[in-house]
Design a protein around this ligand. Structure first.
Ligand code: COA
Length: 260
């Protein structure tokens, strides 16, 4: 498939998706959201890709939000649809992928941009990054899961301060908040993501998928995370990866996982 708004490459089992609308600070229009869905699906379905990295093109922005020019004239019904469709197609979809996604926040991550970063499993930021949910300054609220995921990641008080002030925080504050795991220079950002990816690649893809499901279950009020953990733990005992991992340990060799 060819894309107009994103770039996709696979190197060493890492699928790197780059959002490529730098003139619009990589703002998420409907077409980019659809293309991102396709690219994430492609990477997740491809067996040779075991980690996905997401980054924005350029040195200024990861994503400066949903494309304001697209929704400025929407009514209540269209606004509701925009949020519901976006959450299903991209934000919930990314969070629930079995392939881990590392997000490189390489500049502004605002509104839908921060919401997309928060849907990813691991976040890193460059020193120039700025993060915020400025929607209330536009007369709207975060609609791609931001009110929920920011609260889960940084706590209610900090989330409400960020949302109600519509302000931005820098990467060091984001690190203190636990919103990102690491901060580094712009040049070192993608290499750091690749280093973390290669550590993940030593481990069992089927166990990694189970771990993501169990951790996500804890955030889902309709599920009991502990029960899901028991079930996912049990399922691991039926996988080839479990046999390989435990056998390799006992034979004092490095495991070679096939993800089954
Ligand atoms: N939607 C649509 N276009 C956007 C955009 C967005 N969320 N964010 C930036 N752009 C566009 C600008 O309109 C401008 O396009 P133009 O050159 O055709 O006029 C271009 O990207 C560059 O942005 P600009 O505002 O000129 O850059 P800046 O350095 O002066 O400011 C920001 C950077 C991020 C502070 C500013 O662009 C901004 O506030 N963006 C909106 C952030 C936001 O509210 N996001 C939440 C949306 S729900």
């Amino acid at each position: 498939m060819s894309y107009s708004n994103i770039l996709l490459e696979e190197v060493n089992g890492i699928g790197t998706i780059k959002i490529n609308r730098p003139k619009k600070l990589n703002a998420l229009n409907v077409e980019t959201i659809r293309e991102l869905h396709e690219a994430f699906k492609y990477c997740n379905d491809k067996k040779s890709i075991t980690v996905i990295i997401l980054i924005g093109e350029g040195e200024k922005a990861f994503v400066a939000g949903a494309d304001i020019s697209e929704f400025a004239h929407y009514d209540v019904e269209k606004g509701t649809q925009l949020s519901a469709k976006g959450q299903k197609l991209l934000f919930d979809y990314v969070e629930q992928l079995s392939t881990p996604v590392i997000c490189c926040i390489n500049g502004f991550a605002l509104g839908g941009g921060l919401e997309l970063a928060m849907s990813c499993h691991i976040r890193l930021a460059s020193t120039n990054a700025k993060m915020g949910l400025p929607e209330t300054s536009l007369g709207v609220i975060p609609g791609y899961g931001g009110t929920q995921r920011l609260t889960q990641l940084v706590g209610k008080g900090r989330a409400l301060e960020m949302i109600l002030t519509a302000g931005m925080i820098d990467s060091n504050q984001a690190l203190t908040y636990g919103l990102v795991n690491h901060v580094t220079t712009l040049e070192e950002l993608q290499p750091l993501a690749e280093k973390i990816a290669s550590k993940i690649q030593n481990n069992s893809p089927s166990a990694i998928a189970s771990a993501i499901r169990a951790v996500n279950a804890g955030q889902d009020k309709s599920l009991n995370g502990y029960e899901v953990e028991i079930s996912e733990f049990g399922k691991c005992f039926g996988t080839e990866d479990f046999k390989e991992g435990t056998t390799a340990f006992l034979e004092k060799r490095k495991a070679k996982f096939n993800g089954n």
